[in-house]
Design a protein around this ligand. Structure first.
Ligand code: UDP
Length: 350
């Protein structure tokens, strides 16, 4: 039975949405740490929410104490933004791999269940039509293409966690988000050129620059997944009925939402035009082509297509996504365009 959940990175995109769902739908207690709290302010007074401001690389005693105290651990602190894989690859390794490894080791030591965020990025440039957890090979580019340090760090964490499962009996679930999107992904006022994930970047580009930049023609495809669908899957995983999620790797994505980045640009632009206050701005927007070299620099390499097989999570947990890409974008735009001033002066966290 789940009673106490430890969420590190509780103010992040996934952590904040998960907190909302847990507090609304269960009587579980959350112990949460993050460097800031702007995405969770509304939950700070909740009786089942125990928040501490802190850094996983510094506040190690607090973490160890709470790993011991809780039933399940979600170490969600990570840099998950391609612009940063190429600009600060060492920080990606130190945070996503090194800092998280010590937390996983504590879960082994104290025999606690860990639910760890892997990534759709581990599949890299695989040519498979659908990426399958058991059969797809993980295909990365050369060392010079530093983008892959994220994929590689996450892959090694997956392998270490799996090995702890086999050799030391660690109770784990690995989940792989496929381009989860929604409110609170990135701050549209912090989305400097080339600094944000594509949905937020395009919204920021429309509002602040009246132009969208399409990298290398925009024929790359992604399967955008609504955050609420993703959170519903995570709730099943945490609940872990009949221990079905234990020892599993789950893709969590929406294969029906597979669209090109060019289509995404047009879709977002058309949606923004439906908000009377922003129509005039949106009418002036142009779509420009840029090379990936100009946009991200020489260390970048793209992924052309990324579609999840979701048979495993469907069969094991009975989960499937329900939100179309258009609905997901509409929800995101409602959030940003209805309350833009609230986000001014907010620092972005990862
Ligand atoms: N992209 C783009 N213009 C931008 C930002 C991103 O064309 O201003 C492209 C990028 O090259 C990639 C896709 O959008 O092919 C998705 O990028 P994102 O950063 O969201 O993450 P990824 O899915 O690559 O992890």
């Amino acid at each position: 039975m789940v009673k106490k959940v430890l969420i590190l990175g509780v103010n992040g995109f996934i952590g904040s949405a998960l907190t909302e769902s847990i507090l609304k739908n269960t009587d579980w207690e959350i112990y949460g740490m993050d460097m800031s709290d702007h995405k969770i302010t509304e939950f700070l007074g909740h009786k089942n929410f125990h928040f501490i401001e802190g850094d996983i690389t510094i506040n190690k005693e607090w973490i160890e104490y709470h790993v011991k105290k809780c039933d399940v651990v979600l170490p969600l602190v990570a840099i998950a933004n391609p612009a940063l894989y190429v600009s600060d690859p060492l920080r990606v390794f130190e945070l996503d791999f090194e800092a998280n490894l010590s937390i996983v080791r504590q879960c082994v030591e104290y025999k606690k269940r860990v639910i760890f965020p892997s990534t759709s990025e581990v599949y890299g440039m695989s040519a498979d039509e659908e990426f399958n957890e058991e059969t797809t090979s993980l295909v990365l580019g050369p060392i010079e293409k530093q983008r892959w340090i994220y994929s590689c760090s996450k892959q090694l964490m997956d392998r270490v966690i799996y090995a702890y499962g086999v050799q030391r009996g660690l109770d784990f679930t690995l989940f792989r988000p496929f381009n989860w999107t929604g409110p609170k992904l990135d701050n549209i006022f912090a989305a400097k050129e080339g600094s944000s994930r594509v949905v937020t970047q395009f919204i920021a580009d429309i509002l602040h620059h009246q132009r969208i930049k399409l990298v290398d023609g925009g024929n790359q495809r992604r399967s955008f997944t609504d955050i609420d669908d993703g959170i519903a899957a995570l709730m099943h995983i945490i609940e872990n009925k009949d221990n079905k999620a234990s020892g599993q790797i789950f893709n969590i994505g929406n294969p029906d939402n597979d669209i090109s980045i060019r289509e995404l640009a047009t879709l977002i632009l058309d949606l923004v035009k439906t908000y009377p206050a922003y129509k005039e701005i949106a009418d002036r927007v142009t779509i420009e082509d840029v090379t990936s070299g100009d946009h991200y620099g020489r260390y970048y390499q793209d992924i052309q297509r990324r579609v999840p097989s979701i048979d495993n999570i469907k069969n094991v947990l009975g989960w499937s996504p329900t939100v179309t890409v258009k609905e997901a974008l509409r929800k995101t735009l409602n959030y940003h365009l209805a309350r833009p001033s609230a986000e001014l002066n907010q620092q972005e966290t990862y």
